[in-house]
Write a protein that binds this ligand. Structure first.
Ligand SMILES: Nc1ncnc2c1ncn2[C@@H]1O[C@H](COP(=O)(O)OP(=O)(O)OP(=O)(O)O)[C@@H](O)[C@H]1O
Ligand SMILES: [Mg+2]
Length: 373
C-alpha cells in the first residue's frame, strides 16, 4: 500500500525520513506474527505504532490487549498475565483467565516491558518461544496464540548489563526493533503534527484560531520537546484553549514551554541506584519532612517578624487542608505528586523519575489518593 495512505489510515503523522522508514518496517512486518519491540523516549508514539502493527495485520478483527507492565504490582503480575486457578492465593476466589488467554487469536501489547520482574521474564520467554504458559496455581501447560508487541523507553541493553533484564529475553525481543527517534531529531514532523493537533482541538472545542507569528513558529520549531509528541500535543491544546484561540506570539508560546519557565528546583538528595520501593518511600517522606521543616522555619520568621516570606509556598501561606495552617505528611506528599504530574503533563514515568520513586509506587499512591488523577 502507498505509504501516505497507510499513514493516513493508521493516524501516523510525519514525513521525516525516520518516520518513512518506520512506516515501511511496520508495513513489512504487520502481516506476520513476528514479535516486535518498539523503543523510544516517552511520548514519541510507541503506542501509535503498536496499534498500527495490530490493525494492519491479519489479527485486526480480534482484540489488541494492552498490558502496562509497570502499573501492575509485582505480586500480581503473573496472575494478570497468565491467569490463576481458584485458591492459588488468598484473594483468588475464582479461577481467572490472564491477558495471554484473553488475547488468544489477537495481539498482546506488553507496554513498559523493561519493568517486568526477572522471575516473570523467564515465563515471558517461554510464551514467546512456544506459546506455552501456566496459570498461577496450575501445572497444566496451556497455549496462547497471541502475537506479541512489546515497548519500552528503557535501554534494555543497559538493563541487561545491570542484571535487571534477562539477556535471552532481550535477544528474543530484539529480532525486530522499531526505534522511534525523539521529536527533536526529526523536526520536519513538527509542522504536520501541529496542523493535526490544532485541527483536532478546534473541532473538539469549537473555537477559532488566529495562528502563530513567525517568532512563535521559530520558538516551537527550535524547542527541545523533552516530552516529545505528547508534550507538543498538550502544549498546543493548552495554548489554544487558555489563550482563547487568539494569534500567538513568541512571548505567548514561551509561557507554555516548560524549559523556559526557569530551572526546576533540584532537591539535594543523593540518587542511589537500585533502590528498593521501601527506600524510595522513605526518601519521599524524608523529602516531605525537609520541605515541612523549611515551611516551619519560614512560618516562625513570619510570626517573629510579622513579614510574609516571599518564597514561602502558597499553600503554607494559606491554610492547610485541615484549616489549621499545618499540612499533614499525606497532604504534602499528595501535593508533591500532583504538582510533579502537572509539571510533567501527566506523564507518570517522568513524574516518578522526578520524585525519585518507582513508577509502581507512584501508581499505587495515585490510587490511594483516589480518583482525582
Ligand atoms: N506520529 C504520530 N502521529 C500522530 N500522533 C502521534 C504520533 N506520535 C505520537 N502521537 C500522539 O502523541 C501522544 C503520545 O504517543 P504515545 O502514547 O504513542 O507515546 P509513547 O511512546 O507510548 O509514550 P510513553 O512511553 O509515555 O507511553 C498520543 O496522544 C499520540 O496519539
Ligand atoms: Mg505508551
Amino acid at each position: 500500500m502507498d505509504r501516505e495512505l497507510f499513514q493516513h489510515e493508521h493516524g501516523i503523522i510525519g514525513k521525516s525520513l525516520e518516520i518513512q522508514e518506520i512506516v515501511d518496517v511496520v508495513q513489512q512486518v504487520a502481516p506476520s506474527d513476528i514479535t516486535v519491540l518498539i523503543t523510544g523516549e516517552s511520548g514519541v508514539g510507541k503506542e501509535v505504532i503498536a496499534r498500527a502493527l495490530h490493525n494492519a495485520g491479519k489479527r485486526a478483527k480480534k482484540q489488541l490487549v494492552t498490558v502496562n507492565c509497570a502499573a501492575i504490582p509485582e505480586g500480581l503480575i503473573e496472575s494478570e498475565l497468565f491467569g490463576h486457578e481458584k485458591g492459588s492465593f488468598t484473594s483468588a476466589v475464582e479461577s481467572r483467565k490472564g491477558y495471554f488467554e484473553i488475547a488468544d487469536g489477537g495481539s498482546i501489547f506488553l507496554d513498559e516491558i523493561g519493568e517486568t520482574p526477572l522471575a516473570t521474564q523467564v515465563k515471558l520467554l517461554r510464551v514467546l518461544e512456544n506459546g506455552e504458559f501456566m496459570r498461577v496455581g496450575s501445572s497444566v501447560p496451556r497455549k496462547s496464540d497471541a502475537r506479541v508487541i512489546a515497548a519500552t523507553n528503557k535501554e534494555l541493553q543497559y538493563e541487561v548489563q545491570q542484571k535487571r533484564f534477562r539477556p535471552d529475553l532481550y535477544f528474543r525481543l530484539r529480532s525486530v526493533n522499531i526505534a522511534i527517534p525523539p521529536l527533536r531529531n526529526r523536526r520536519e514532523d513538527i509542522p504536520l503534527l501541529i496542523e493535526h493537533f490544532v485541527k483536532e482541538d478546534l473541532q473538539r472545542n469549537g473555537i477559532r484560531f488566529g495562528g502563530f507569528t513567525d517568532d512563535a513558529t521559530e520558538l516551537i520549531m527550535n524547542y527541545r520537546w523533552p516530552g516529545n509528541v505528547r508534550e507538543l500535543k498538550n502544549t498546543i491544546e493548552s495554548m489554544l484553549i487558555l489563550e482563547n484561540g487568539r494569534r500567538l506570539t513568541g512571548d505567548d508560546v514561551r509561557k507554555y514551554l516548560k524549559e523556559y519557565q526557569g530551572p526546576v528546583v533540584d532537591r539535594n538528595l543523593p540518587v542511589v541506584a537500585n533502590r528498593t520501593v521501601e527506600q524510595a518511600e522513605r526518601e519521599l517522606i524524608y523529602r516531605a519532612l525537609v520541605d515541612l521543616k523549611g515551611s516551619i522555619l519560614e512560618l516562625r520568621d513570619v510570626i517573629l517578624r510579622g513579614v510574609p516570606s516571599p518564597d514561602m509556598p502558597e499553600e503554607a501561606n494559606a491554610k492547610g487542608a485541615r484549616g489549621n495552617g499545618v499540612m499533614t505528611l499525606d497532604e504534602m506528599e499528595r501535593k508533591m505528586i500532583v504538582s510533579s504530574l502537572d509539571r510533567n503533563e501527566g506523564n507518570r514515568r517522568l513524574a516518578a523519575k522526578e520524585l525519585n520513586i518507582s513508577e509502581r509506587t507512584l501508581y499505587r499512591k495515585i490510587k490511594e489518593f483516589g480518583p482525582q488523577e
